[in-house]
Design a binder for this molecule. Structure first.
Ligand code: GDP
Ligand code: MG
Length: 451
């Protein structure tokens, strides 16, 4: 899986001021595969990766992240930005009713969506009316009626073989979807319902007649929103379909359906990139409640297939304060790290979880890592207890810790004098080693934050 592959990349711990081209290329290769596996269309992948490389090249490595993590973070941010940059609510008509038209291929989930949208609109305080304009497929009208009943939303539909809208002026032939759509909007106005959702016909494939019909309905009803409904499972085809609907009918927003399936959701990125229209809602099942406004961050991590990696990155950043890291680094360089600093760093690192899990995530703590690598959590507990048993003066200047102080600290912390000796000795060794190492590596700029 991608996560496995990335673990290899992510285990690279070289901390440095900037991302190297090799780091960027290597990580971008993995991201590229992730996007292709998620069914993002190839041209979209290319454009996206080029953008990422550009941005990654100027980026500095933050204190908390290793180079690969840094690239993943950038990718995630870009992805969330693209998916959600223009996320907006339904635009309501100044004079009701607001008209929302649904368009898309047969089986995309339009009729199901009409019910979900109706249900959602009621919860938002609206009074929707569903209009059945799919007169193509036998049973489509009664399907919408069932959906409407379940959602508690009235449905305007032509009566088979006769006319709709009662006996009078609104009567239209049951075979003309454009007339039904127009009559439906009139009915909503008459009944003072404030939102009209127009369900339309789809075909299995793209065809001119379908586009013409949808386009005619749009022209006749002048919808405030035309939502292009697309099945997330169709993957790469989403681009062709979206382009066809964009030029044939035009739309103002996208609804992604069947996200409960195993599709990784690349269609979202493709459609967004190719059409420039925002994804507004997501459907994730056949039930009325399997519906939500679109969440770019969830979709981004789904597309990348790296939920775990992303949450690790977030965790690392939350708990690793770059400023503190910088200060610690300066002290390490100067050789004047105190036991107080040591304790602070240790506590900060331990906030993130078991020591074994997190050492690898902290390039900025590379030098601390060597000092900590030999110990497990229970040993850390003891180290913590010993340092806490010291006075502030002792922590700030460990050199003053003589034999009698060692005895006092041991008694106070419930450890032996040998334990205290070991800690103090190890601390001096580690401090010396860190100062030497960081001097060689030019650590001054390592932990500068990138943003
Ligand atoms: P339409 O032809 O565009 O009106 O599509 P329908 O609303 O009739 O949906 C086609 C099929 O997909 C139906 O069996 C729906 O129950 C199913 N469906 C619609 N949306 C979803 C969804 O989000 N998840 C799943 N699993 N099935 C869905
Ligand atoms: Mg339908």
């Amino acid at each position: 899986s991608l996560s496995d592959r990335l673990t290899g990349v992510l285990s690279d711990l070289r901390g440095k001021g900037r991302l190297s081209d090799a780091d960027i290329d290597r990580t971008c290769r993995e991201i590229r595969l992730a996007l292709l596996e998620a069914d993002v269309a190839l041209p979209v992948v290319r454009t996206f990766i080029a953008k990422i490389k550009e941005r990654a090249k100027g980026a500095e490595v933050s204190g908390a992240l290793n180079p690969a993590q840094q690239v993943v973070k950038i990718v995630n941010e870009e992805l969330v930005g693209i998916l959600g940059g223009e996320t907006r609510r339904i635009s309501l008509a100044k004079t009701p009713p607001t008209v929302i038209m649904l368009a898309g291929l047969q089986g995309a989930g339009k009729t199901t969506l009409a019910g979900k949208l109706g249900n959602w609109l009621i919860k938002q305080g609206h009074t929707p009316l569903l209009v059945a304009c799919d007169l193509q497929r036998p049973g489509a009208v009664s399907q919408l009626q069932i959906v409407g009943e379940r959602a508690g939303v009235p449905v305007f539909a032509p009566h088979p073989g006769t006319s709709v809208g009662g006996e009078g002026a609104l009567g239209v032939s049951s075979g003309d979807p454009v007339a039904v759509a127009r009559a439906g909007v009139e009915q909503a106005r008459a009944d003072q319902r404030d939102v009209v959702v127009i369900d339309t016909a789809g075909r299995l494939g793209l065809d001119d007649e379908l586009m013409r019909q949808a386009s005619d309905i749009r022209a006749a009803t002048e919808p405030d929103e035309v939502l292009f409904v697309v099945d997330a499972m169709i993957g790469q085809d989403a681009v062709t379909t979206a382009e066809a609907f964009q030029s044939g009918v035009g739309f103002t927003g996208v609804v992604l359906t069947k996200l409960d399936g195993d599709a990784r959701g690349g269609a979202a990125l493709s459609v967004r990139e190719v059409t420039g229209q925002p994804i507004m809602f997501a459907s994730s099942g056949e039930k009325l409640d399997d519906f939500d406004v679109f969440h770019p961050d969830r979709m981004a991590s789904r597309i990348l297939g790296m939920g775990d990696v992303l949450s690790l990155i977030e965790q690392a950043e939350t708990h690793w304060d770059a400023q503190q890291a910088e200060e610690a680094a300066q002290k390490i360089v100067g050789g004047d790290l105190t036991l107080e600093d040591f304790l602070e760093q240790m506590l900060m690192i331990r906030k993130m979880g078991p020591i074994g899990n997190i050492l690898g995530m902290l390039p900025g703590a590379g030098q601390m890592k060597d000092a900590l690598a030999a110990v497990d959590d229970s040993q850390l507990d003891r180290v913590q207890a010993i340092i806490r048993g010291m006075t502030p003066a002792e922590r700030a200047n460990p050199k003053i810790i003589n034999a009698s102080r060692r005895m006092r600290i041991a008694n106070g912390s419930g450890v032996t004098v040998t334990d205290v000796n070991q800690l103090v000795d190890r601390f001096f060794e580690a401090r010396k080693m860190m100062a030497q190492m960081s001097g060689r590596m030019g650590m001054g700029g390592v932990n500068r934050k990138s943003n």
